[in-house]
Design a protein around this ligand. Structure first.
Ligand SMILES: [Zn+2]
Length: 441
């Protein structure tokens, strides 16, 4: 859909930004052009025969991004496939000056562009990459939801980020009958979302809702953007012994893996990020790791508690791989401020388990068990300001050795007189093993 004729007049148009100049080259050809879109951005890649210098700027009314490339000629079509074009409407080019080529990306809405040159690697040569991020200016339904969540007087929902492991170029583990982990994790993740959304005071967001790859660190960045209170990553991995089966729940370990399988899985999961390619965001890794240590303790405690609830819930469903929550250094769990866990729903390398993992009914059972565990966690440790905290139904306390009525009242943040009244206690004498009703504070 490119147009050969390009009008070189931009009078009355706003010049927003001008960016980037690199070492002046001799001559370069654009010999390839591809575009794809993921939920965050549209990416256009120009394959170049040699390094070039370029300028990028934005124009308004209508919205477009302009690239001026030095000493460059076009040797390919700039045609767009509507299926992958995303925010791009058309791509045009023209020659305003000798040797300098202009490429115009016509857009359906204003964007925040990011561009960079990539050096040759593997089969790829020099590339100019233009990432088009939608501008935050427009208010979308998603934004309204976030604003609603931020209202301090509202009893907000707790938000669970559900992450379907792998995706796109990273298929994850392969089953004996060729099922791919990335497909199974997405199916289960969607069921988990359904189950969570159906519960009062809870809602889920899917980190990945299609077959594409998201780098591991970006997965929890997305969770943070969605203001998630918890991050649950769904997997169905392989182990080198096909006899191994059962589900597992992992939380982050700082001291190393708690079992050989845990170490093995963490290694293969973390490898996946190599497929993600260039991630500019990773530059601030040093800073990130410092922040991580400072804020991770609280999140890790909540992770532990929640993971135990999910584990107990999965245990009711069937065989678990180990007798407890396991620890491993998964990158995807290294979120400093969002309690996180990784659920291995089963081993795809076990033929019997692979069959179950593909079964819709079994997927729904797994999803319900995961959602049950997460809900239990938030009911037992409700976050202030949430609907669950405000509407927590009465819970029960079984009196243990050393308990005092005053101590119990304090622990549940209720007054001693309320506790007495609700339990119709005439004195403060209590007996070990007796059950007390605890009203919501
Ligand atoms: Zn996996």
């Amino acid at each position: 859909m490119h147009k050969r004729l390009f009008k070189w007049s931009c009078t009355g148009l706003l010049l927003l930004t001008a960016a980037l100049a690199y070492a002046a080259p001799k001559n370069s050809e654009i010999n390839g052009f591809r575009v794809w879109t993921d939920p965050e951005k549209t990416r256009a890649v120009f394959d170049l025969s040699a390094n070039t210098s370029y300028k990028l700027f934005e124009l308004e009314n209508p919205a477009r991004v302009v690239l001026d490339l030095q000493s460059t000629v076009l040797k390919t079509s700039l045609e767009l496939d509507p299926k992958t074009a995303g925010i791009l409407k058309t791509v045009r080019y023209g020659k305003p000056e000798n040797g300098k080529m202009r490429v115009v990306l016509d857009l359906s809405a204003a964007v925040e562009p990011r561009s960079f040159l990539l050096a040759p690697i593997g089969d790829y040569g020099h590339r100019l990459v233009v990432d088009l991020y939608p501008q935050k200016r427009g208010i979308t339904a998603e934004h309204l939801k976030i604003v609603k969540r931020m209202r301090p007087d509202a009893e907000r929902n707790v938000v669970i980020a559900v992450d379907a492991g792998h995706g796109g170029e990273d298929p994850g583990a392969l089953g004996a009958s060729k099922s791919r982990e990335k497909d199974i994790t997405l199916q289960i993740a969607r069921e988990v979302k359904k189950s969570i959304d159906a519960r009062p005071g809870m809602e889920a967001v899917l980190i990945r809702d299609g077959d594409y790859y998201i780098p591991l660190r970006q997965r929890f960045a997305k969770a943070r953007t969605a203001r998630a209170d918890m991050f649950v990553s769904i997997h169905a991995d392989a182990f080198r012994k096909s006899s191994v089966s059962g589900s597992s729940v992992f939380v982050l370990s700082r001291r190393g893996a708690s079992s050989e399988a845990a170490r093995w899985l963490a290694n293969s999961e973390n490898q996946a990020d190599l497929i993600g390619g260039v991630t500019l965001e990773d530059k601030d890794n040093v800073l990130a790791s410092v922040l991580l240590d400072l804020s991770q303790n609280a999140a890790m405690e909540a992770s532990d508690h929640a993971a135990n609830q999910v584990f107990e819930s999965l245990r009711k469903l069937g065989k678990t791989h180990k007798n407890q929550v396991e620890h491993a250094a998964f990158v995807v769990l290294k979120s400093p401020d969002v309690p996180s866990m990784l659920v291995e729903t089963g081993y795809i390398s076990n033929p019997r388990e692979e069959k179950k993992l593909k079964n819709r009914k079994h997927q729904q059972k797994l999803a319900r068990a995961i959602a049950d565990g997460v809900e239990q966690h938030f009911k037992q440790q409700p976050l202030p300001g949430t609907w669950i905290a405000a509407n927590r139904t009465i819970s029960r306390h079984i009196i243990a050795r050393g308990d005092t009525l005053g101590g119990i009242a304090q622990r549940y943040n209720i007054s001693l007189s309320t506790l007495r009244q609700v339990n119709r206690l005439k004195s403060d004498r209590i007996f070990i093993g007796k059950e007390l009703v605890i009203p919501a504070s």
